[in-house]
Ligand binder design. Structure first.
Ligand code: ZN
Length: 134
């Protein structure tokens, strides 16, 4: 597995990485209109509020789209499935799909959040729904 570049949290996404370190997937929720915003941005695109709270995502979603990524130089590295997940809260997230063969990935397949650690870096990942423990 190639090295993972650790996240460098800033004012906009520090809450997200704090949540990940506690096993939570937190979404930014506008304090003005309640809109969920991901990726986080400083201003709500709907009501222009600068005030935010957070909401924990259930972690349930479906695959919107996906690609298989091959490392350009480490030929023995396993390919990664990079997915766009539509969370049931209505926002879309880029992540990886674990435990599924590339030939088995389908748009619309149900997935669920899990966390994986690479080089000491915890990342929110997804697996096929109902596959926990398998
Ligand atoms: Zn708003």
């Amino acid at each position: 597995m190639p090295a993972v570049i650790p996240p460098v949290p800033d004012n906009d996404d520090e809450f997200f990485w704090d949540g990940v370190s506690h096993g939570q997937l937190l979404l930014r929720c506008c304090a003005g209109c309640g809109r969920l915003q991901h990726p986080p941005s400083p201003m709500c695109p709907s009501c222009h509020s600068l005030k935010w709270s957070t909401r924990e995502a259930t972690g349930r979603g479906t695959v919107y789209s996906w690609i298989v990524s091959h490392h350009p130089t480490e030929s023995d590295a396993l390919p990664r499935i990079v997915v766009l997940v539509d969370l049931e809260e209505g926002v879309r997230l880029v992540s990886n799909l674990l435990g599924v063969a590339p030939s088995d990935v389908r748009n619309g397949m149900a997935v669920e959040l899990c966390f994986a650690e690479y080089d000491g870096v915890a990342l929110p990942q997804f697996r096929a729904a109902g596959s926990a423990g398998g």
